[in-house]
Design a binder for this molecule. Sequence first.
Ligand SMILES: Nc1nc2c(ncn2[C@@H]2O[C@H](COP(=O)(O)OP(=O)(O)OP(=O)(O)O)[C@@H](O)[C@H]2O)c(=O)[nH]1
Ligand SMILES: [Mg+2]
Length: 455
Amino acid sequence: MSDTIVAVATPPGSGALAIVRLSGPQAASIAQAVLRLKPQGLKSRQARTAMAHDAAGTIDQVVAVFFPGPRSSTGEDVVELTSHGSPYIQKRLLAALLKAEARQAQPGEFTQRAYLNGRLDLAQAEAVCDLIGASTELSHRAALAQLEGGLSAAVNDLRRPILDFLVRIEALLDHPEEDIPSIPGDEASQTLKRLEEPVRRLADTFQTGRLWREGLRVCLVGRPNAGKSSLFNALLGCERAIVCPEPGTTRDTIEESWDLDGLPAVLVDTAGLGHPSCGAAETESLRRTQKALACSDLTLLVIDASRPPEPEDKAAHDQVLKASEKTRKPVITILSKSDLPKRNSSLPDGHAVSALAGQGLSELRRLALARLSPDSGRPAGHSILVTRQRHHEALQSALSDLHEASTALQTHPGQWEELVARHLRDSLAALDKIIGAGAPDEVCHEIFSRFCVGK
Ligand SMILES: Nc1nc2c(ncn2[C@@H]2O[C@H](COP(=O)(O)OP(=O)(O)OP(=O)(O)O)[C@@H](O)[C@H]2O)c(=O)[nH]1
Ligand SMILES: [Mg+2]
């Protein structure tokens, strides 16, 4: 990291302002050269207005702020140059800084430097990415808690008692000549159980945490004309899909981002199941509906309660229930058009909704949240959530190492110490991967390469 990197930190395109950021040992001298300031012209943490130049002349008036390392965002000397936000100015300013010996930053390289300089651990670096991508209240809350070190602290809390126990066992193993009292098997067994419990609890938060970060897919399905598109529009709060009195209006799947009371979601409208005509378009519609069903986290089965039952209903509804049984994802049965009198005496239990009158919509949202995850609406300040597959896998692996330690204790009652110590070391190594200690280089590379340039 002896070179100085540079990139535009603001999104592409024009805006009122744009920020170009430099990080590295020559950050200040390169900025001073382009701003034609004297050495030491930029003072620590003071904004300075100056003209940026290249060989062709003046580029723009910029505001420069110098953050000397190691107390900067990357741990190195950092300079931020705020210019007017025209793409032309950004391009020319960047070119001038590159000419003055800065190097174009790779995706995520600023955050990677912060990680390598100990300003952030790996979980926090991943949270930077999540925070930038957070589109709803809950995804923002989860990312912020992780960036503030919540997950890292939770992992350290899990590590400490495992390490204490390992140290006790290793003292016995390393100094057999000393009079260190041995650990009774019963006590060791209880200790291992106690160590497993909080690891399992943290790992289990992934069920909810995954939804908070990645979001979820909610799919509206049902017979033609059941009122799916009307409900789709009503839940989104806009006229996104075409609604018509004739059955068979929607033929493609339509997806739209949906803020489900703070959870990032995608709502999917589909073609009606069991349309009487069976041309090529209907066959393709059915294939798309089935695909949407197969990858939805929650299915909303819409049944029109205002019309008498039809012979095709049962097969269509069974198809939906079977698909969600296969994926083990929940289904909510919705009885639509509740503003009209009921004309179907063989209706299953379901949640009454009228897209037209706006009835039952907020209850439907609440019901959806409850079915997706019992604690998805958990209030702020509650315990930390695991939101990434990588962290969940590490916790599962730590858990299975602890479990193997218990098994070793049972299968080798007289000489368990060596084996248990090995499994405890493995479980610590698994936990360390979350915060970065011992995470292989390719894992780090994979994480940072998903960032955009300038982050
Ligand atoms: N009274 C009443 N009519 C509704 C309601 N919801 C939908 N409709 C009417 O039912 C008809 C069909 O509505 P759509 O939303 O297009 O139904 P769909 O399930 O998307 O139909 P397809 O796309 O053809 O499968 C339209 O005439 C709607 O105006 C409702 O809550 N109340
Ligand atoms: Mg429709």
